[in-house]
Ligand binder design. Sequence first.
Ligand SMILES: Cc1ncc(COP(=O)(O)O)c(C=O)c1O
Length: 459
Amino acid sequence: MAISISRNSGASLTAQIQEFIREEIEEGTLQPATRLPSSRRLAEDLGVSRSVVVEAYAQLVAEGYLDTARGASTRVVRHLPRETVLSPLLDAGHVPSARWDLRTGGHSSAVFPRAEWLAAYQRALAAPGAGDRDDGYPPLAGETALRVELARYLGRAHGVRTAPERIVITGGFAQALSLLGADLLERGVSTLAVEDPGHPGLRHFIHASGLRPCPVPVDEEGIDVERLADSGARAVLVTPAHQFPTGITLTPARREALARWARERDGWIIEDDYDGGLWYDPARTRPLALQRLVPERVIYAGTASKTLSPGLRLGWLAAPEPVLSRLLRLRARLDLGSESLSQRAFAELLRGGLFDRHLRRLNKLNAVRRAALDEAVRRHLPGARVLGPAAGLHAYVRLPRHTDEAALVAGALRRSVLVRGGAAFHTRPRRDAPALVLGHARLPRTGVADAVRELAARA
Ligand SMILES: Cc1ncc(COP(=O)(O)O)c(C=O)c1O
């Protein structure tokens, strides 16, 4: 263990060791539950007598920094400093722990198709050749087998007009967006229009890539295309199938208008199909990809984050030439491609029909959750309305106009329900449109009704 002590310092060796360890714990360099060397080993390493270390450890145990309770080893205590798990896309600061977590963006590991993934991974491992290239690196655009399967799947399931050679595998949508941002900048496009409300984490990425995110309002039909045209932007990021977070599906008239805007403006549309595959509305069919209306102007992007796990960091985009070649040139400056075994396992899942089966199971489960959520909102939030089709992993609940959204969110937290109000997604807070955004993916199946009842309970 690296400890710096000095024999010329006025402080005793014991005090120096104590001070050093205390500071490292407070700074978080020594993490909770880290095992420290035995007093004998540390004394040897530092060339001091063992009693010096024993005394330092004893003092830190007395102060609550170290713990020797279990067995002989000395560890940093588990609760200092408290570890917080951040969702990088949404949570900029401290996240309080709560019994019911209704934030969007997470996933329950219980729904991951472990057996199928394991079987697909084994098949990928057993297949001859570790990749397409003989040096073992994946092609920059991604494993050919996955691009072939994705082209088939995206065409069949979402009507995307593409081909394997026009697909790039990315580290989730986040990486796709960074690449697209860099490409737009290089071509002199400095503003990217975004839906308002929209994803605050994505706005952050857009900022970080040097572009200016320009908010365009979303109404009951989806993004307001006239306002987009007025904004002067030449590129826009949209979630047309299931707008994030309102859940609204872009109407056919707006889709046509958006396609027209792209043609006339010489503009670019980034279609973020973040929850493609998750649709369980018995009354409405999922619209096909916007991309098919103007394939030469749309970059269609998808991700495995909602259907499999965000931990896979697996996404894809289908882009027209010459955008695709430019993206690959940009990527060549940044990394050496995406991890290939997961790509090949995902290709196996798609090829064998196991992914379709997984989606059917997931949609059944989510339909039950959504029905419970609708019923709980009817019962516990009178006057509130759930917008949009039954799809994805969240629902947007519009509250009666007089509702104090901030007070409702704060009150919910006091009852251990972590939920975000609509304000967290708007670029400018709007008092006249109070809402809640309810993510149901992190809850156990039966938790939805309890969570809504609890959040609506008046203290
Ligand atoms: C609107 C939206 N787009 C994209 C993503 C997924 O990003 P990634 O594929 O980087 O996990 C999310 C995930 O929370 C999202 O909410």
